[in-house]
Design a protein around this ligand. Structure first.
Ligand code: DX5
Ligand code: ZN
Length: 218
C-alpha cells in the first residue's frame, strides 16, 4: 500500500500572515506553495524571496509548484532557497532533463507537472529523472475550482508507468481535492494530495488534514 501524504496549498491561506498560516498546517506532510508569474498562468502570487523566507519558518518542508515560464532558468533557485520539492510544468520547460537534474543537484526532490490538456505518454521517459509527477485536476491558476474527473485516467496511467519501472516515484494530484474527491484519487493511484480550500476553508484546519489523511488511507 502507498503512504498518503497531505500537502495543503497556502494559496487558500491569508497572505498577510503566512508564518502563522504555515503553523496551522504543522500536522501536514508538506506545505504546497503555488508560484505563479502571470505569464504561464493568468495569476500572480509570490516568488523566490518569499519562498526563501517561508522556508526559514515553515514547520513542514515546502512543496513548490512553479507555474512559471522558463522554469529551466529558475527552478534550481527554489531548491537553493530551501524548498524540499520543486515541481515544474512540462509545457513550460525547454530541457526538462537538465532542469530536473539541476533541482536534484541543489538538494531537493524534482517533480514534473502536467496540465489537464497535456497527455502523459510523451513524457514517460522523464520518470528516470524525477521523484514525483503532478497530475493537475483543474486548469492551473486559481484555487477553489471543481475537480476534473476526466484526469483520473491520467493518474492511473502515471501510476502504472511508475509501477512498471519498480520505482518509488510519488503521484500528486492538485485542484479540487476534498473529502468528496480524494477517494477517487486514491483509487486511481495518487499518493500525494494537494488541498487548498478543503484545508484552509475548514473551521478546524488540523481536523481537515486528519480527515483527508484518513480517507486517503482507507
Ligand atoms: C491551482 C493551484 C492549486 C490550488 C488548489 O493552480 O495549483 O494548488 O491552490 O486549490 P484548491 O484545493 O482549492 O482547488
Ligand atoms: Zn498547485
Amino acid at each position: 500500500p502507498l503512504t498518503p501524504r497531505i500537502s495543503p496549498s497556502i494559496l487558500a491561506s491569508d497572505f498577510a500572515h503566512l508564518a502563522t498560516e504555515l503553523e496551522r498546517i504543522e500536522s501536514a506532510d508538506w506545505a504546497h506553495v503555488d508560484v505563479m508569474d502571470n505569464h504561464f498562468v493568468p495569476n500572480l502570487t509570490l516568488g523566490l524571496p518569499v519562498v526563501e523566507s517561508l522556508a526559514r519558518v515553515s514547520p513542514v518542508p515546502l512543496d513548490c509548484h512553479l507555474m512559471i515560464e522558463d522554469p529551466d532558468r529558475w527552478a534550481a533557485g527554489y531548491a537553493e532557497a530551501g524548498a524540499g520539492s520543486v515541481t515544474f510544468h512540462v509545457e513550460a520547460a525547454q530541457d526538462p532533463v537538465a532542469t530536473a537534474r539541476s533541482i536534484r543537484a541543489a538538494g531537493a526532490r524534482a517533480a514534473l507537472a502536467i496540465k489537464p490538456d497535456t497527455p502523459f505518454a510523451p513524457y514517460e521517459d522523464l520518470l528516470d529523472e524525477v521523484d514525483m509527477v503532478l497530475v493537475m485536476t483543474v486548469e492551473p491558476g486559481f484555487g477553489g475550482q471543481s475537480f476534473m474527473d476526466d484526469q483520473l485516467a491520467k493518474v492511473s496511467a502515471v501510476r502504472e508507468a511508475v509501477r512498471g519501472r519498480g520505482s518509488e516515484i510519488w503521484v500528486q494530484v492538485d485542484g479540487g481535492v476534498s473529502a468528496d474527491t480524494i477517494g477517487r484519487c486514491v483509487e486511481a493511484g495518487a499518493d500525494v494530495f494537494v488541498a487548498g480550500s478543503a484545508v484552509y476553508g475548514a473551521d478546524d484546519v488540523p481536523a481537515a488534514i486528519a480527515d483527508l489523511r484518513d480517507r486517503a488511507r482507507s
